[in-house]
Design a protein around this ligand. Structure first.
Ligand code: GDG
Length: 466
């Protein structure tokens, strides 16, 4: 039986059967790896004086994780630098925030070489390799250079930016050409896939038909493969004692007001400022209803060493303070803004207690919070999902109230519509979304990808690249 080797920036901690404490991605990959006696490789998160390539193995049931430490300069240039300051903003259409530094590009390349050098000797002839996300774009080529002729797939969790934006990256074409080493490349939506095709066809002269990208004698299968959540697990989490306790606590503290909830990593791509402004517009335009609602925004800080993240954090502190100062009353505060993370069970209880969710990213590969919110609802009395058109999730969740997150008016109107929505319509919309989330769950996602990967004839890429 073929083994699956997953390679990602970070590796989920060994599960020990406690899947409830982790995200859906970790659960899905862990189960895929377990079925295939697989190996999961990535950075340990630790910093070492000098890179040695020494691997720490950890074994749990049938899943082995293999991690390496990186040097401080690696972390600065590859992770904080190219991944978080260059590619992340660029891939979310924020070229105003993207920093283009040769040092970052060099560090990114070096770390990908180091990863390839470390993992290549562990790959056996029949293994299939699955590389995850924008941290590792050139890894396939680096593995080919080291003689790897296995099936290698790549999945991008973020959007793929339009060609004109991507061309602002000085080494864009070289970076994209490293992807021609993969046999299968997956995206969340047709839109991201098509943007990738547009770039390759125009800049590298490839052709695309019937899901196959052709470049000279190389063929790459491109697939749309929207990630899902572990729906069954999330539903049972929503009915766990911890979630029920949270639900009761939230309902008590809401004092008959409708709670709107937002849950996001504190990231500029998530549209938090625009969300607050849309909500404020609702408060101003609906004086009679305004005290019937409040917004609970959970936003655990992330990537705090990056300046653009420090800026968004302080901007949100200012904005929430200003809105609360301007609109609060003796017995009511419009925004509860919380900068910490909670367990998944607590989140599930919060989702279930909410009358609506505001999921309004400016750009998002998929967005799992939208799906978790739907999964956690009471089927007899579900809440309403307000969802950005610019999240990948909007393709599947057409029965959400879809909004343009840049328009405070649309956000305000959607809040009003959600508040007034009758139970029958809420149930009908919820049912349609829930059916999709249950069918196209995270196991569906990873089977769709790994089926395509295992079906690739190794190597579709004929010769190791020069
Ligand atoms: C990237 C892409 C794509 C949030 N706060 C807490 C917490 N979370 C969990 C959520 C959810 C996850 O983090 C966030 O997932 P998203 O999909 O919303 O966003 P990204 O982190 O940006 O993920 C995205 C995803 O990859 C998968 O491909 O959907 O588009 O950007 O699961 O619940 N979890 C806990 N406490 C918190 O306070 N435990």
């Amino acid at each position: 039986m073929s083994r699956l080797i997953v390679i990602s920036n970070r590796v989920a901690a060994a599960t020990g059967g406690n899947a409830g404490s982790q995200g859906g991605l970790a659960v899905a990959l862990t189960s895929a790896l377990r079925e295939c006696r697989g190996l999961w490789f990535g950075w340990s998160g630790e910093v070492t004086e000098e890179f040695t390539g020494q691997i720490t193995f950890q074994r749990d049931d049938d899943v082995t994780t293999a991690t390496v430490d990186l040097e401080e300069q690696d972390v600065e240039e590859y992770y904080d630098g190219y991944a978080n300051r260059t590619l992340w903003p660029l891939f979310h259409y924020r070229i105003d925030l993207a920093e283009y530094e040769r040092g970052f590009a060099g560090g990114y390349q070096r770390v990908n070489e180091r990863f390839a050098e470390t993992i290549a000797p562990l790959i056996e002839p029949d293994d299939a390799v699955w590389v995850q996300d924008y941290h590792m774009i050139p890894l396939g080529t680096e593995l080919r250079k080291r003689g790897c002729r296995n099936r290698i797939g790549f999945f991008l969790h973020t959007p793929w930016p339009p060609r004109r934006l991507l061309l602002t990256l000085p080494e864009a074409s070289d970076l994209v050409e490293t992807m021609f080493a993969y046999d299968v490349i997956g995206f969340h939506t047709d839109e991201w896939l098509q943007s990738f095709v547009d770039f390759v066809v125009l800049e590298s002269g490839g052709s695309y038909a019937d899901g196959i990208l052709r470049l000279g004698d190389r063929q790459i299968r491109l697939i749309t493969c929207p990630i899902g959540i572990d729906c069954a697990e999330f539903r049972s989490l929503a009915e766990s004692p911890e979630a029920i306790e949270t639900f009761n606590q939230m309902r008590d503290s809401a004092a008959n007001r409708a709670m709107m909830v937002g849950v996001d990593r504190l990231d500029y791509s998530k549209g938090l400022e625009e969300r607050f402004l849309g909500y404020e517009r609702f408060l101003v335009e609906n004086p009679a209803e305004r005290k019937e609602v409040f917004l609970l925004q959970i936003a655990p800080p992330s990537r705090g060493t990056v300046e653009s993240y420090q800026r968004i954090r302080s901007s949100l502190e200012g904005l929430s303070g200003r809105i609360n100062g301007a609109h609060a009353d003796l017995d009511w505060v419009p925004i509860r803004y919380v900068n910490q993370g909670y367990s998944r069970a607590v989140l599930a209880g919060v989702y279930r207690a909410a009358r609506m969710a505001l999921v309004t990213p400016l750009r998002d590969g998929m967005n799992l919070v939208a799906k978790e919110f739907v999964a956690a609802q009471d089927p007899e009395d579900p809440g309403v999902l307000i969802l950005s058109r610019f999240a990948g999730a909007a393709v599947q969740l057409k029965d959400a109230l879809l909004v343009n997150p840049y328009s405070a008016e649309e956000v305000s109107d959607a809040i009003r519509t959600a508040l007034a929505m009758g139970r029958e319509e809420r149930i009908a919309r919820w049912r349609a979304m829930f059916d999709n989330i249950r069918e196209q769950d995270v196991l569906w996602w990873r089977r769709r990808f790994t089926d395509a990967l295992f079906a690739a004839t190794p190597p579709l890429t004929p010769e190791p690249l020069a």
